[in-house]
Structure formats: structure tokens, C-alpha cells
Design a protein around this ligand. Structure first.
Ligand code: HEC
Length: 131
């Protein structure tokens, strides 16, 4: 009996994981998927690597790279992403990623806002999903 439950759970695993994936393409997803951080402070270059590996699990890494948010919005957003089931992001990693996003926002995005996309509301994302 235990074995049967185990087999069932294993069979359902891909479905459970798929439920976490973002199943919609946002405008931000089509932007560049790399940032030249060579002029960023060393600590932030390390945070960039963490960001690139952790925030690409459920959607393109281009998505956060090309989204404009204010400091408090990033704070809310990183915390929201962190608390999604199986995000694999710890509190301290979330803080490092947040530091990177805020620095990158002022350094790169705020200086050239036209190159990036405003964050979409949950309602706007829902509409795109229904298309
Ligand atoms: C567990 C899966 C998961 C992880 C990990 C994840 N995201 Fe997301 N992300 C989503 C989902 C789901 C959406 C909402 C869109 C959707 O429902 O497809 C989203 C949307 C976004 C958006 C679009 C926001 C908007 O309103 O336009 C940004 C920006 C974003 N994520 C940034 C991040 C960052 C930064 C990280 C790393 C800290 C991250 N994500 C990690 C699942 C995830």
C-alpha cells in the first residue's frame, strides 16, 4: 500500500511542479537575458549570479531583468516569489537578490526607463493567460 502511494506521488510530481511554472509569456520575457555587471561592485556581481540561478526557475530570467519596479515593489515581489512553494530561495538569499535588484534598478534601469517594461498587475497577467 505504501509503495502504491509512493508510485502515485512520483507520477503526479511533474504536474505539481508544472503548476508552479509561469505559463504565460509577458512582454518582459522577450527582452535581453543578460546584464553586463562587470562595472558593479564585487559583492553585487556575486548577488547577480545568485539572482540569475534562482529567479530563472519558473520563468525566463529576462522577465525580472526587464521589469521596472520601485524599491518597495521589489521588496514585496522578492518576498512573494520566495514564498511560492519550492522556490528554493532562503531569507538570506532573498535579501542578496533584493540588494542586486535595487542596485540594478537605479544603476541601469532608472537611467534608461524606455528600454524596460512596467510591472503588470495580477489582473493584466490573468488577462494574458486567458488569451
Ligand atoms: C516558484 C516559481 C517562481 C520563482 C522561483 C520566481 N518566480 Fe517570478 N513569477 C512566478 C509566477 C507564477 C509569476 C506570475 C505570472 C504568472 O502567473 O505566470 C511571476 C512573475 C514575475 C514577474 C512579473 C511581475 C509583473 O507584475 O510584471 C517578475 C518581475 C518576477 N516574477 C520576478 C522574479 C524574481 C526577481 C525572482 C527571484 C527572486 C522570481 N521571480 C522567482 C513564479 C516564480
Amino acid at each position: 500500500m505504501k509503495k502504491l502511494i509512493l508510485i502515485l506521488m512520483m507520477a503526479l510530481m511533474p504536474l505539481l511542479l508544472a503548476a508552479q511554472q509561469s505559463n504565460v509569456v509577458l512582454p518582459q520575457d522577450k527582452g535581453p537575458d543578460k546584464i553586463d555587471v562587470s562595472a558593479y561592485p564585487a559583492a553585487l556581481q556575486a548577488n547577480y549570479k545568485l539572482f540569475a540561478s534562482k529567479c530563472s526557475k519558473c520563468h525566463t530570467i529576462a522577465r525580472p531583468m526587464n521589469t521596472m519596479m520601485k524599491r518597495d515593489e521589489w521588496q514585496r515581489y522578492v518576498s512573494r516569489m520566495m514564498h511560492k512553494p519550492n522556490s528554493g530561495i532562503s531569507d538570506s538569499q532573498g535579501k542578496q537578490i533584493f540588494d542586486f535588484l535595487v542596485f540594478d534598478q537605479t544603476e541601469r534601469k532608472d537611467k534608461n526607463p524606455k528600454a524596460f517594461f512596467p510591472a503588470l498587475s495580477d489582473e493584466e497577467i490573468d488577462k494574458l493567460k486567458k488569451k
